[in-house]
Design a protein around this ligand. Sequence first.
Ligand SMILES: [Zn+2]
Length: 303
Amino acid sequence: MIYKERQEPSQLVLLRTLKSRMALSKLDQQTYYNLSKGYEGERLFDALLQDLKCDCLVLNDLLLKVNNQTFQVDTLLILNNQIHLFEIKNYKGDFYFESDRFFQKDGTEIFNPLTQLQRTESLLRQWLTHYQLPTSIQPSVIFINPEFTLYKAPLDKPFILPTQLNQLIKNLNYEQFTLNQRDKELAGKLVAEHMPEHPLQQLPAYEYPNLKKGVKCFICESFSISSTKYGGIVTCTSCGYKEKIEIAILRTLKEFKILFPLENITTSKIHEWCHMDTSKKTIQRILEKHFSKIGSKRWSYYS
Ligand SMILES: [Zn+2]
């Protein structure tokens, strides 16, 4: 049973929203790529866990703190008085493991995921001791990408390779235990102590005047949207996708809210942000339908 859902990292949402409206630096492009690959891998593992039939609790994407150190858990499973701790890696291609170090096939060393797993395991154990919830931990690194190969894979390390994933689910499903009150208390405490945002995330600097304005096509993300005078339909001139103007405007407004969460929503602002051949009246009608109006006349805004 999913006890805590996974949320798309806010840094990923923000970078995706920004990347079509301004030029991202090389570093931000790399961060965006890494975050989206990571999230994609985690979603693949989530889909696999849907085949679990055993009595267990699945907690995704936890951010916890103990002894002034923050740690992140990709997936945690409470089953049979144990915690299964999963670090998920979406690596693609050929890698090898040698002298406790992790390399790409061309010899480039990358950060050993076991080091990360050991840190998370150690901090989780400290966390459990701190809250007097001692529980044994079974840690593993999951290599989720079917195009991942690990040469010289050691037998004594907790690596789960793509060809072993189905067996992992089968093994977990063999467990015959049922959850008890203590398991539920543990899950409740983990969620209660979860911190919603990573405090250290680096965000690119951006300002409203420098961002590209306009409505993006839902399918191809092109800004070439044309609206017809009547009928309330917009058409993408790149791919031909048609949708209701209301849906297109609301999606574009959502992007504004992601980028400028503290700004008040006003008719003029959204009219300018959407940069469409549409009247302020249309924007106002949509805002009035979906938001509540605060204030009156010129100074009114929507929330
Ligand atoms: Zn399109």
